[in-house]
Each structure stands twice: as C-alpha cells, then as structure tokens.
Ligand binder design. Structure first.
Ligand SMILES: [Zn+2]
Length: 277
C-alpha cells in the first residue's frame, strides 16, 4: 500500500518521467545485410525503402557499419545517410564474435573499421558491439571498455534487444523462393514479436527502476525492414512513443549504471544491470 502511494505521488509530480515513451532507433550491419545475395539494384531498393520510411516518421538514426562491407558501389548509401542528417557509427571491420578472438584482434578490428569509415564516422563517435557481446571474462570486458574510452567512443547501448535478424533470415529464404504467403506470415509474426519484446523491456525498466527509461531499439538494415519497418514504426506511434536521437536516449542516467554482466550472451543493457527499486 505504501509503495502504491509513493508510485502515485511520483506519477502526479513527474508524469512525464513515469509515462514517457521515448525511443531511439539504431540500425546495424550497414550497408545492407547479406548484400552479396542481392543485386545492386535490389540493395538500392532495400536501402531507399528504409530511408524513406525513416523520413516519413522524421527519425534520425545512427547506422552502424561493418567496415569490410563498404565498397565503392555502396559509398552513396553512407553519403546519403549523412546528407539526410543521420549519423554513422563503427561496428568493427569484420563483425567478430568477441569470444572467438583475442583482445588484440578485436582492438585492431575496431581501428580497421574506423579507418574505413574515416570520411563518414560521426561525432560523437559511437561503437556498437557485434552481437552485443562485450566479453566473457571480466578482463576482456574491462580491457575493451577502456580501449574504447581511450579512443573516445561512446558505447551504443541497446535496451530493446529482439533477435529480429532471425525473422529476416527466414524472410530472405521465402523471398528467394518467391513464396509471398510465407513472407507475409513471417512479416506478421515479426511485428507481433517486436511488440512483445517492447512490452517486455518496458516492464523490465519499470520493475528495475520504477520508471520507464529512454529506450534504444536495435534493428538491422535488411530486406525484412524494407517491407515492415513502416508498419513497426506506425505501431510505436500508435502506442504513443516519441522518437528521439541516440544521443538523447543515452543521456538517460540509467546508462551510467554499471553493467555487471559478464558472460557470452549478447543481451539488453537492462539485463546487464542488477537493481531493485
Ligand atoms: Zn551486427
């Protein structure tokens, strides 16, 4: 009862904090996921559809680029992103799974990615760990965190993690089999999955912090989103979410809480902090 009174009191005083639904959209694995499976024209269509959808909702993203995927034929994608006011972040050169490589390899890979992105990398410099894997031992985790700090990177945390890439893999298969019914079914399941994940992490924020937080959504630059991002963003709008930038989202003090998770899972920032309201 006492707890309820406190919650009601806080809601009355700070309704914006308790009820606010703010979301930064970030897109990984640029220029295009599984680019080699598509023709250059198809890649262009995927990219343009996603960019047009972002424009429609007036959303500015940070796009995280895999350095080795950058080639002269897709430079225009990075140029277009910047021209439209989006930002570009580093997602390493070869997208390694940290557990499978040494610290030295990983550091080199980060810097190799930075070198490729020299003319596009935005300020502040953002880094997104591939597969959200930050180190399976305390030593690996701390060393990398310090290395990134030293290189002036801000870690692009993710609060709404969702494994949307698995839906994309199936969606691509159905696309290449020209199975439109299956594509539609996967698309509908994808949207349902994203809604569930969003509710799940909203609830987790409330349980752990007693409030909602400024969320960061992770999705990918893929075929699935070229067809379904618009519907997904419409749903968020309908649910009264406001779109913010990654910089705004990371200003939420939650992201200053120490990430205590050590292990080989790539998980949401909310799952990395152990707190009780
Ligand atoms: Zn990635």
């Amino acid at each position: 009862m006492e707890k309820l009174i406190i919650i009601l009191f806080v809601m009355a005083i700070f309704p914006k904090i308790v009820f606010s639904k703010e979301l930064a959209v970030t897109i990984d694995d640029l220029p295009i996921v599984h680019a080699s499976a598509f023709t250059k024209k198809q890649q262009e269509i995927i990219f343009n559809k996603i960019l047009n959808t972002l424009d429609k909702f007036n959303i500015k993203i940070v796009g995280f680029v895999i350095g080795k995927e950058v080639a002269s034929h897709n430079h225009y994608m990075l140029n277009t992103l910047l021209a439209k006011g989006h930002l570009i972040g580093n997602h390493t050169y070869s997208h390694p799974y940290y557990k499978h490589v040494t610290i030295d390899f990983y550091c080199n890979d980060v810097m190799k990615g930075e070198k490729i992105l020299e003319s596009w990398l935005s300020e502040p410099k953002y880094f997104r760990y591939p597969m959200l894997h930050q180190g399976e031992t305390q030593y690996k985790k701390e060393t990398m965190k310090n290395f990134l700090l030293e290189k002036h990177y801000a870690i692009a945390h993710v609060s709404i993690d969702n494994d949307e890439w698995m839906y994309n893999d199936d969606y691509e298969k159905a696309f290449f089999n020209q199975d439109k019914n299956k594509m539609k079914k996967i698309g509908i399941n994808y949207l349902e999955h994203m809604k569930e994940k969003t509710y799940f992490f909203e609830l987790m924020a409330n349980n752990k912090l007693g409030r909602n937080i400024k969320h960061v959504l992770l999705i990918h630059m893929n075929l699935l989103n070229s067809d379904y991002l618009e519907k997904l963003l419409e749903w968020y709008k309908k649910e009264k979410w406001n779109y913010i930038t990654l910089q705004e989202a990371l200003s939420d003090p939650v992201y200053k809480i120490e990430d205590q998770y050590i292990g080989d899972r790539g998980i949401s920032f909310l799952e990395r902090i152990y707190l009780h309201p």
